[in-house]
Design a protein around this ligand. Sequence first.
Ligand code: NI
Length: 161
Amino acid sequence: MEILLLGSELLRQKAGPVEEINGDIALLASGMIEAMHDGKGIGLAGPQVGVMKRIFVVHVEGDVPRVFINPSIVGTSEEQVKYEEGCLSIPGVYTDVIRSGTVKVQAWNEKGRRFILETEGILARVILHEYDHLEGVLFIDRISEVKRNRINAKFEKRGKA
Ligand code: NI
């Protein structure tokens, strides 16, 4: 699985729903988990591997890998917290991003089972980051314009090299 980098148009498009959770989707999910592990990432969303479907995987330290299909954010805390974020599509860039500290999300797993998860800390952070990918939003959209322009310029140069 190839991970698309900043500058790719697909990263800026909104993903569509998974119509049916079947063996192909389960296979996609396990392939995404593998690609995430290979890249030493803690989250990966469909659009990052060119699959414009509403699916993402996360695996934070001390937890099991989790698959989120057709997720919806049911609630977030008003309290905002700062965390350093990175992204497999923007390698080498790490910067503080402010988001809600807790999230309540509803989704289906790769077995077709619906679940609701309310969480905080790093897991909440990754879920919010990955959910953004399904909307065509990247974490650099949530930082200052000056910083964002610098990062975009760096990747434009890389693309032409
Ligand atoms: Ni990302």
